[in-house]
Write a protein that binds this ligand. Structure first.
Ligand code: ADP
Ligand code: ZN
Ligand code: ZN
Length: 733
């Protein structure tokens, strides 16, 4: 049942209904409504008074046996109700009982036509050029994401500039014109040799080292053998360019991402299930797609945080991909230039096989790093004089400069210098960020917007000041410093339209002096060969944060942004401004690259007994009433302590522990098991809900599971409190 209930329900099957298969959808009465449930099995007897099944939707199993097995694993590993796991697996149309449309969608292609007549129709011209440059047929459901609407398309079709076809995809595997270098060759051979086994590979390759080329060689082999391939990519990485690259190479590729309509998602699901589609490229939830004959799963940019779902079933698509591959006895390939510490630890433990690509394909050089000590220097809008000087030098040589700052808006703090008033969100415990275009104060947590006050709401003085620096402030400052130089700001506010982003990136790739100001969106996937200087304005926030994962994320961002720059004849420079130039993490990164940084971080995590050297879960409770949320966590604490006591006695044979209710972090326990909380979450109030949390850390994963299982069966409940378990949390602070 698609309900947060940790049990299944019994129904009787009326004689006039066909007997559904396990995994089929049925309509059943539930309370006062009718819901769509999944059949999990049959029983001869039941101790309940049974209601009859109202209808059987599928003649066959809608969820194939391998997904049923995966669902049970998910429910156990993430301690999440099975019914909600099924609901998460299914495309939402399927969840509501929809039957898929068996027709093939139309795909659109640009013809060899001429743009001559389109000068006065800029939308048509842009749409035509986009389709032409992609060089592959685009299914109609992807057109909205490209910013191409029906009218524009119709007008182009009338002029014979685009044509559509409703055809089944035809996959082909032509030989690639690229000859692999020896590292690529070794990786391809190792992965190919493991086809049909449950090997998990890490493809650890610096940016632009030709990882995608490696994937494609292995994909060709799988397709030639009649198999299918699932490629998972981060949300932002699913650019039209990536898809088109696969379509040009293999003739077709299906795509699944969040912007797609429900019915399109369901149709793609069914085409993968039937085997008609051989390649699926998709974001997080695509990991649940059924396949007739899946032969390989690839997770590109495996370190990316977007693979972790942050609500409901809080799964990691990377980890689920590995589990699914193991269940199917097929290989998985995790690719990254900056692998997650979890993944590196799995390599060190011998669970994952390491394949390295240490040099960039095509001979480009890696950029040089340097730290710019800004202690005692005056910053203007976040920029130091030596940095401005370097920017001037690079622009003067007609090169491009990328300024990286992971904060959008103008300034993160707005306060009154007379009375100390601060602009804060009425619904959250958070400061408001000033945005200049359009001018407003915005809460980055709940998205609420506030008009910018004419005077201080506290004392009426005209003394509001803006502290800190965001992309808009850097944008404004650099426009003033370098008038006449094209400046592109790329953050979530400007990159909302993929078409606009693509157009901006096209302009940038034309070359010539230009400034790019952007957030981590710029760290993803785009190659920017004319960039010769990357400036990291604020690395200290990340390296000094109290969030234990922040240094890892910061290093990944810096390395990924740096990796966009430079080519053979123009190697790049990376300047990192810091008030803490002796920071060991920063220096390891500069001197020894990501691998050196990762080994220092790993040692720190090990010493602090944090993941990946401990199994962690967060128990979160939220309510409009703080006392209620705390009460739930206190009840949970009792359950956790009892469960830990009995688990230790049974499984670990440790000494019995004093009565429950006492603190359990005694000396002999602290290496095995730690509890922290209940404490307010770092963002203690969000949308007027108060949030509290409990962090549970165990040296052995089975200890963690024992404790979480006890929480599950305890059926904790306090009125008006929502609570959740997050296994392997990414956000802990
Ligand atoms: P990554 O996925 O690691 O970022 P890509 O596979 O996208 O790298 O490769 C980066 C660029 O180098 C692409 O333009 C690709 O066509 C090219 N390339 C890849 N392998 C080779 C090779 N062996 N020789 C020359 N060029 C290559
Ligand atoms: Zn004031
Ligand atoms: Zn808010």
């Amino acid at each position: 049942m698609p309900r947060p209930l940790r049990r299944v329900f019994d129904y009787s099957l009326p004689a006039d209904l066909p007997r559904p298969k396990v995994g089929a959808r049925v309509r059943v009465p539930f309370g006062r409504t009718e819901v769509v449930g999944i059949v999990t099995g049959f029983a001869k007897t039941s101790s309940y008074r049974l209601k009859p099944v109202a209808g059987v939707i599928d003649g066959d199993a809608f969820l194939a046996p391998d997904l049923i097995t995966l669902a049970s694993w998910l429910s156990g590993y993430y301690h999440h109700p099975l019914g909600e796991v099924y609901a998460t697996l299914l495309p939402s149309a399927a969840r509501h009982g929809a039957v898929p449309d068996p027709r093939w969608p139309l795909s659109w292609t640009a013809t060899a036509g001429d743009v001559e007549g389109l000068e006065r129709a800029p939308r048509q011209k842009a749409a035509f050029e986009m389709l032409r440059d992609l060089g592959a047929a685009v299914p109609e459901q992807e057109l909205p994401a490209l910013g191409i609407d029906r009218r524009t398309l119709g007008a182009l079709a009338d002029k014979g500039l685009v044509r559509s076809a409703e055809t089944r995809p035809v996959y082909r595997t032509e030989r690639s014109p690229i000859s692999l270098n020896s590292e690529q060759q070794a990786a391809v051979s190792a992965i190919k040799a493991s086809i049909g086994t449950r090997a998990i590979h890490l493809l650890d390759g610096v940016t632009s080292s030709g990882k995608t080329e490696v994937y494609m060689r292995v994909i060709a082999k799988i397709i030639d053998g009649g198999g299918q391939v699932l490629v998972l990519v981060p949300e932002i990485g699913l650019t039209p360019q990536t898809l088109a690259r696969f379509r040009r190479r293999f003739g077709a590729a299906a795509a699944l991402h969040s912007a797609e309509s429900d019915s399109a998602r369901l149709r793609t699901w069914m085409q993968c299930r039937s085997g008609d589609h051989r390649i699926l490229i998709g974001t997080r939830s695509a990991v649940f797609t059924p396949f007739a004959n899946l032969g390989l799963i690839i997770v590109d940019e495996e370190h990316d945080a977007s693979f972790k779902q942050q609500e409901g079933l809080r799964y990691s698509a990377r980890d689920v991909a590995c589990k699914r591959a193991q269940l199917l006895e097929i290989p998985a390939v995790l690719g990254s230039a900056t692998p997650a510490l979890e993944t590196l630890a799995n390599v060190a433990r011998g669970r994952y096989r390491l394949n390295e690509l240490k040099s960039r394909a095509g001979g480009a050089l890696m950029p040089r790093f340097r730290v710019l000590d800004i202690r005692g220097r005056r910053l203007r809008d976040g920029l130091s004089d030596p940095l401005l000087h370097a920017i001037r030098r690079h622009l003067g040589a007609s090169n491009q400069v990328l300024v990286f700052i992971n904060r959008r808006g103008f300034a993160p703090t707005c306060l009154c210098s007379s009375c100390g008033w601060q602009a804060r969100c009425a619904d959250c415990d958070a400061r408001l960020t000033l945005h200049e275009v359009p001018r407003a104060l915005r809460c980055h947590h709940c998205d609420r917007r506030y008009a910018y006050p004419d005077a201080c709401p506290g004392c009426g003085a005209q003394t509001l000041v803006h502290l800190g620096t965001g992309t808009q402030r850097v944008d404004a400052a650099l426009r003033e410093q370098f008038p006449g130089i094209p400046l592109y700001r790329i953050d979530r506010d400007t990159a909302r339209s993929p078409r606009r982003l693509a157009a901006q990136l096209d302009d940038i790739r034309q070359g010539g002096a230009a400034i790019l100001v952007g957030t981590q969106i710029l760290a993803k996937g785009h190659h920017l060969p004319a960039v010769t200087l990357v400036a990291v304005i604020d690395a200290d926030n990340g390296f000094l944060s109290s969030d234990f994962r922040a240094p890892e994320r910061t290093a990944q961002n810096i390395v990924q942004v740096a990796g966009r720059a430079g080519r053979a004849e123009r190697p790049g420079e990376v300047w990192i401004q810091s008030y803490d130039p002796a920071n060991p993490n920063l220096n390891a990164l500069i001197d020894h690259g990501y691998a050196g940084f990762a080994s220092i971080q790993a040692a720190e995590r090990r010493a602090a007994r944090l993941p990946p050297y401990a199994a962690m879960a967060m128990l979160r409770a939220e309510s409009t009433d703080a006392a209620a949320a705390v009460k739930l966590l206190r009840l949970a604490a009792g359950v956790i302590r009892d469960a830990w006591d009995s688990h230790r006695r049974e499984a670990l044979g440790g000494p019995p522990h004093g009565g429950s209710g006492t603190a359990i972090e005694t000396a002999e326990d602290s290496h095995e098991f730690e509890l922290m909380g209940p404490a307010p979450a770092p963002l203690a109030r969000l949308r007027n809900r108060l949030r509290y949390q409990y962090m549970i850390c165990a040296r052995r994963r089975r200890s963690l599971h024992a404790v979480l299982s006890a929480l599950e069966t305890a059926e904790l409940a306090v009125p008006n409190v929502r609570w959740s378990i997050d296994v392997d949390p990414l956000d802990t602070f």
